[in-house]
Design a protein around this ligand. Structure first.
Ligand code: SF4
Length: 503
């Protein structure tokens, strides 16, 4: 059997880093981990190929080769999915699809031959069994049962070409103990974090190492610290040992809730294991808005102090913020700007509230008759899928002001400088000098130092970091490049909004 695994194209978003990737001659930030894991679950004697449409074109010859096309996608890839499905139908190859987009909106995809919903560890074997018996059905789903991730195989990383990607990814756990109103993680993966064993995590790292990867690895867990006990007792000690043995080939990034800042031992261990960046959902500096969305770990806490504490342990904090809660006051825009500048969070993803299917927010708004459409999957594209309490026009003009302020060169470079000034990394990370980094530095000099707006601030950060924090100089350049990407992607979104092309 010949299987073509296809990962549809993603539009330019905050996290796509499209404009930043050009500096390092990479094509995508991360490979499609879900598809790589599914590939490892298919019979070993089957022929498998993978086309990630974010790194190369899908040719008709690829489709003609395959007996089945396996698709995996998130909401944001919906348009590309439709194109791929139409091409498959025209060529006459059958399509099998799974992943969050299909699990949450399966009724929109009646034209797909086989929908394998929820977690593949549960539903894929049922499909494969029926396929073998010649009676494969249209839909496979599971309800209120969660996969045992200790049986999840090592992803088939050998199917991708490392040179196209900026970072690799790996998953240790699924699920989150919290239940924020706007978040669909608990409906997709449950509230009890399920974790892999330390042997599995090490085997995955070892595979990446053996295949030649060196550099960043992103733990894509919904909340990496969902099960702190196991993390501290088994997982982090194993990673620390392995990293020491392998002479620190990787640096790690992950996502965690803000209560990470309450556990100093945990932060120390993460830094020893070479975690240098953590994404945290701050959501709002407004206490009533946090109350409204049931953001339990953030409530009644000095959020700026918590962020600074994580930073003081040697980890950069990236954060998500949301505007559009019912309880947001008119002052939310100024509050948000003040919070982001003061907390020195360089990578601040400020988005508009949306209600994905399966969330408590979706259910509440449905009852209140306020839902108007499905989400686009990109909460920075100025779209909202419900009627907000604040007038949409007021929200949008305030939102635009927040973005244009925090990513203006003066505010952005200033924030980065403040962060680096106070940042004392202790990681042992071996800096792998690569041609792509050197060329990124040169491109940044040309694009950010000569052509782009805000040159003065670029050079100020450039020389300050070079002479005052030379160890952090590569990081200062990376932040400068990120800032360029963020400005570009928001510019694109605001232009679409002005042309009334908001999805
Ligand atoms: S803490 Fe994060 S992952 Fe967990 S429910 Fe809230 S938003 Fe979702």
């Amino acid at each position: 059997m010949k299987i073509l695994l296809v990962y549809p194209g993603c539009p330019d978003t905050f996290w796509s880093f499209t404009y930043a990737l050009k500096f390092i001659s990479k094509r995508a930030a991360n490979p499609p981990l879900g598809l790589l894991t599914v590939a490892a679950m298919l019979p070993s004697e089957w022929d498998k190929r993978l086309v990630d449409m974010n790194v190369r074109r899908l040719e008709d010859a690829d489709l003609l080769w395959a007996d089945y096309v396996f698709l995996s996608a998130m909401s944001i890839q919906k348009e590309s999915v439709k194109t791929v499905v139409n091409r498959c139908r025209a060529i006459g190859v059958k399509v099998v699809a799974g992943g969050p987009l299909f699990t949450q909106n399966y009724e929109e995809f009646d034209d797909i031959d086989h929908l394998i919903l929820n977690e593949a560890e549960i539903t894929l074997p049922l499909f494969l069994d029926d396929l073998r018996k010649g009676r494969a059905r249209h839909l496979y789903a599971s309800e209120n049962t969660w996969a045992d991730v200790t049986t999840t195989p090592i992803p088939s990383y050998e199917l991708i070409n490392f040179k196209y990607y900026a970072s690799m990814n790996i998953q240790y756990s699924r699920g989150c103990p919290f239940d924020c109103e706007f978040c669909n993680i608990t409906s997709l993966y449950g509230r009890v974090p399920r974790t892999k064993e330390s042997g599995q995590v090490i085997a995955e790292l070892e595979k990446l190492y053996t295949l030649g990867w060196r550099g960043g690895v992103f733990f894509v867990d919904d909340n990496f610290i969902g099960n702190k006990t196991k993390l501290k007792a088994e997982i982090l000690p194993s990673i620390i040992l392995w990293m020491e043995m392998r002479k620190y080939p990787f640096s790690f990034t992950t996502e965690a809730s803000i209560n990470l800042s309450d556990d100093e031992d945990l932060m120390r261990m993460m830094v020893r294991a070479e975690f240098d960046t953590v994404f945290v959902g701050i959501e709002s500096p407004n206490e009533e808005s946090l109350q409204e969305c049931a953001k339990i770990p953030n409530k009644n806490r000095d959020l700026i102090a918590s962020v600074r504490k994580i930073q003081s342990f040697g980890m950069e904090v990236q954060a998500g913020f949301i505007i559009g809660f019912d309880k947001d006051p008119l002052s939310i825009f100024e509050k948000m700007i003040g919070f982001i500048q003061e907390s020195r969070i360089a990578t601040a993803m400020v988005g508009l509230l949306n209600a994905p299917r399966g969330t408590n927010l979706y259910r509440r708004l449905l009852k209140e008759n306020r839902l108007v459409k499905l989400t686009t999957g990109d909460n920075t594209d100025c779209s909202m899928n419900f009627i907000p309490k604040m007038k949409y026009e007021r929200l949008i003009s305030g939102y635009k002001n927040v973005i244009e302020t925090i990513y203006s060169p003066k505010q952005y470079y200033g924030r980065v400088k403040q962060f680096l000034k106070n940042y004392r990394p202790t990681q042992k990370k071996v800096f792998h000098v690569k041609w792509s980094y050197l060329s990124a530095g040169l491109k940044s000099v040309f694009i950010l130092g000569i052509i782009a707006k805000g040159r003065f601030y670029y050079w100020r950060l450039f020389f300050w970091s070079l002479f005052r924090r030379p160890r952090l100089f590569p990081r200062a350049i990376t932040f400068s490049i990120y800032g360029f990407h963020f400005r570009k992607v928001f510019e694109q979104h605001f232009q679409m909004m002005e042309r009334k092309e908001v999805p």
